[in-house]
Design a protein around this ligand. Structure first.
Ligand SMILES: Nc1ncnc2c1ncn2[C@@H]1O[C@H](COP(=O)(O)OP(=O)(O)OP(=O)(O)O)[C@@H](O)[C@H]1O
Length: 268
């Protein structure tokens, strides 16, 4: 019986994407929608870039997935099974959210933040020590483990958020604008760490404005504009939707698709 169940789970992993969200409406108050009719899908071992102009609704989508939006009408599937995401503990413990604005506790040291995160996902002391050592060295915060993140620089606080996320080794990373504010060395470490996680089978859904990094890192993209999906797919598919050749850069596709939409808006 247990073997049948395990087999079923293994089959579901292959048959369904890890996460599929069919978002009908999302916003902060009823009567004022920020996002409508967007499908987000990310498979195990896949990196999806959520891109779009300022205010398009990318962070709003992330908040919706985490169950933090007052108005959220969506069907969310986790390995093919319908879920309400963050409200279900079995799913939320498999997601690491790395926010755009670092959130740190005033009275906790960096190490205490890590202990708290480890406890939330049930890591043993040994796992915590081993993973934390590697991550603190990787992001050059080893000398600060007993300091208070509330007094860190913005970039150091951002690294704290990254370390907490990677410590958890989740099935899915929701990463909101990870590159801005990090020094070039940290950006390279972040790209490597995400690649290691991807090859372990973790899924990554990431918003970013740093399109050259997104182009290098992501397998697929969802371009959000004015609260809707302006284009989705691989870079080649996005280029086709933008009316550009298969060698087009993501930056050019972005510009073409969002500029065209602005023109439409003016004409309408
Ligand atoms: N807490 C909030 N209450 C009300 N409206 C909000 C709130 N947060 C964001 N918005 C609005 O939702 C819209 C989309 O914002 P969102 O932060 O999702 O955009 P974004 O695509 O992530 O932008 P950026 O690239 O600038 O981070 C904006 O018009 C913004 O003013």
């Amino acid at each position: 019986m247990a073997t049948d169940e395990t087999d079923d789970k293994e089959r579901d992993k292959i048959r369904f994407p890890l996460l599929r969200a069919e978002v009908e409406e999302a916003g902060y108050e009823s009567g004022h929608l920020i996002v409508r009719n967007i499908v987000l899908e990310v498979g195990s071992g896949e990196r999806v870039g959520l891109i779009g102009p300022n205010g398009a609704g990318k962070s709003t989508l992330m908040k919706g997935l985490l169950g933090q939006l007052p108005h959220w009408r969506a069907k969310v599937y986790w390995r093919g099974e319908e879920k309400t995401m963050a409200r279900e503990e079995a799913v939320s413990s498999q997601i690491a959210y790395i926010p755009e604005q670092p959130i740190v506790y005033e009275r906790l040291t960096l190490w205490e933040h890590l202990v708290l995160a480890a406890a939330s996902v049930g890591l043993s002391e040994e796992e915590l020590n081993e993973r934390a050592d590697k991550l603190l060295r990787r992001f050059r915060l080893n000398g600060f483990r007993h300091h208070y993140p509330v007094k860190f620089s913005k970039g150091m606080q951002q690294k704290t958020m990254l370390i907490i996320g990677f410590l958890m080794k989740p099935d899915l990373y929701l990463v909101d604008e990870p590159f801005i504010g990090l020094d070039p060395g940290a950006v390279l470490e972040l790209i490597d760490a995400l690649e290691e996680e991807r090859s372990r089978g973790a899924a990554i859904l990431m918003t970013t404005h740093v399109l050259d990094s997104a182009e290098r890192m992501c397998d697929r993209f969802v371009l959000v504009n004015n609260g809707g999906a302006a284009a989705t797919g691989t870079l080649e598919e996005i280029a086709r939707q933008a009316g550009l050749g298969s060698d087009a850069r993501l930056f050019d596709c972005f510009h073409r698709l969002t500029a065209r939409d602005e023109d439409d808006e003016v004409e309408a």
